[in-house]
Design a protein around this ligand. Structure first.
Ligand SMILES: Cc1cc2nc3c(=O)[nH]c(=O)nc-3n(C[C@H](O)[C@H](O)[C@H](O)COP(=O)(O)OP(=O)(O)OC[C@H]3O[C@@H](n4cnc5c(N)ncnc54)[C@H](O)[C@@H]3O)c2cc1C
Length: 449
């Protein structure tokens, strides 16, 4: 049974995705009682939001590696868990050479086991939060309000884990989508779509989502024109260099002035794409068959055409590349990165005068919201909003890192008597055992690396 009445919590989590499960599981693991934590959000499960995007994108394995998983402690890693479930050494041998990517269905199964066993749903209120307000008396805390301005609970510490802002489209495509004749033919990589065999599609962008769409379209028997504004990015397996996944790298990054952090992120997150044998082979085959080509330029005009759409393309230097008739356009251009596109953050910025630079809240190095975050009553963000401080903040590993730092601060602020080591190990092992049992029944997923 979900929480239906407002209640007082030590930790309130606004948002009900992956991040919420990380914070919740870490809190229970360290010794908070489940009833001391409340999660707010509209979904039935912490995997719902990600699962929908992964399905629309056709993602089958995670880009991240074995340490990205939902058990509160790191060990066993996901490769070890899968090896144990399947009685196979393959996940381990792949993991040793950093060529193991957890299958999406396995990771989602594991997350669901953690969700159920730790009582995530029983401590969740099925409500979106519209507003949070700082109160000082009788002790520093926050009051949370729903979209009808009704108070729905109070919490001493709050984690804002609301995920991404809206999907982002280049302005020309955003305009064209307002025309009903074209709207269905211009979609985002993270939206549902179907490729027609024999059709021709422009895929805008050069990141991982774009690579995925090349392959999806080629697999369906369609042709692909990959459109890039700038030369292809350096080869990079995840969205941030691996050194930044370690605490040392994060501290070095967090120590840079905000301007430098932003410039650095702009460079490394611009559009990284992995080279995977499976994908490269499919694209190579598509190219040999005349079904795949690269073009450097931008769409500056789009209208209805004989195949569905006609897109005019030019280069930044003004070179006119002419018009292309295509069946559809896929924008693999990600999400809007500005904190101000997330209503609750925008309201906090406007009400409390929180500093913003280039559309991003200038977070404290512990991901706290300046002016509202204090050691005895923390207000923190995680996920994409936190990647000015934690470059991989929007990955499973990054979410875990932020969740651990935040919960550790709550433990200290509350002077919590922590769960004894033996009890932690027992909890971790029972979660691992149940996850392994559930994963054993899943069909195998092809590894792509
Ligand atoms: C297609 C795709 C593939 C990815 N692949 C990988 C990968 O391979 N490896 C990896 O490590 N990471 C990957 N990621 C990144 C990352 O793991 C996810 O983005 C992760 O889901 C982020 O978690 P989150 O909790 O910040 O946001 P989400 O999981 O998006 O959850 C946010 C939730 O908050 C809710 N919410 C929003 N506003 C409010 C509000 N006002 N009140 C209450 N609730 C609210 C939303 O309904 C949503 O459910 C991928 C992401 C996507 C989209």
């Amino acid at each position: 049974m979900a929480v239906t009445e407002p209640r007082d919590s030590v930790i309130g989590i606004v948002g009900d995705g992956f991040g919420s499960l990380m914070v919740y599981a870490t809190a229970v693991y360290l010794g908070f009682r489940p009833g001391q934590v409340t999660i707010f959000g509209p979904n039935e499960s912490p995997i719902d939001t990600y699962q929908q995007s992964a399905y629309d994108l056709g993602q089958t394995v995670l880009r991240s590696e074995s340490e990205s998983h939902f058990l509160p402690a790191d060990w066993p890693t996901f490769a070890e868990l899968e090896a144990w479930s399947r009685k196979s050494l393959e996940p381990l041998t792949r993991s040793v050479s950093r060529k193991y990517n957890p299958p999406v269905r396995g990771v989602l199964t594991q997350a669901t086991v953690v969700q159920r066993m730790l009582g995530w749903n029983e401590n969740k209120m099925n409500t979106r939060v519209a507003w949070i307000q700082r109160e000082a008396e009788p002790v520093p805390h926050f009051v949370l309000y729903d979209e009808d301005a009704k108070p729905i609970g109070r919490a001493k510490h709050v984690m804002l884990a609301m995920g991404h802002g809206p999907l982002s489209f280049p302005p020309v495509l955003a305009n064209a989508r307002s025309d009903p004749a074209m709207a269905d033919r211009i979609v985002q990589a993270y939206q549902a779509k179907a490729y027609a065999p024999g059709g021709r599609y422009i895929v805008v962008g050069a990141g991982i989502a774009a690579v995925n769409e090349w392959v999806n379209a080629l697999d369906a028997g369609a042709s692909v024109i990959s459109l890039l504004r700038s030369p292809e990015p350096d080869e990079q397996d995840l969205n941030a260099p691996r050194c930044l996944f370690e605490a040392y790298g994060i501290d070095a990054f967090a120590g840079l002035p905000f301007d430098e952090r932003l410039a650095f992120l702009g460079k490394i997150l611009k559009g990284t794409s992995p080279t995977r044998r499976g994908w490269a082979a499919k694209v190579g085959k598509g190219r040999a068959e005349g079904r795949f080509e690269h073009l450097m330029g931008e769409i500056d005009h789009v209208q209805s055409g004989i195949e569905g759409l006609q897109a005019h393309i030019s280069r930044r230097d003004g070179t006119d590349l002419g018009s292309l008739d295509v069946s559809g356009i896929v924008a693999a251009t990600g999400f809007q990165k500005s904190s101000l596109t997330i209503p609750i953050l925008r309201r906090l910025v406007e009400t409390y005068g929180i500093p913003v630079q280039a559309g991003r809240i200038v977070l404290e190095t512990n991901c706290g919201i300046p002016g509202l975050d204090q050691p005895d009553s923390r207000l923190c963000v995680m996920g994409i909003t936190a990647n000015d401080v934690i470059p991989h903040g929007d990955t499973i590993a990054g979410l875990k890192y932020i969740a651990r730092r935040f919960v550790a601060d709550c433990v200290e602020a509350e002077n919590l008597r922590q769960r004894p080591l033996f009890s932690r190990v027992r909890l971790q092992m029972s979660l691992a055992r149940s996850a392994s049992r559930a994963m054993a029944g899943l069909p195998r997923t092809e590894q792509l690396a």
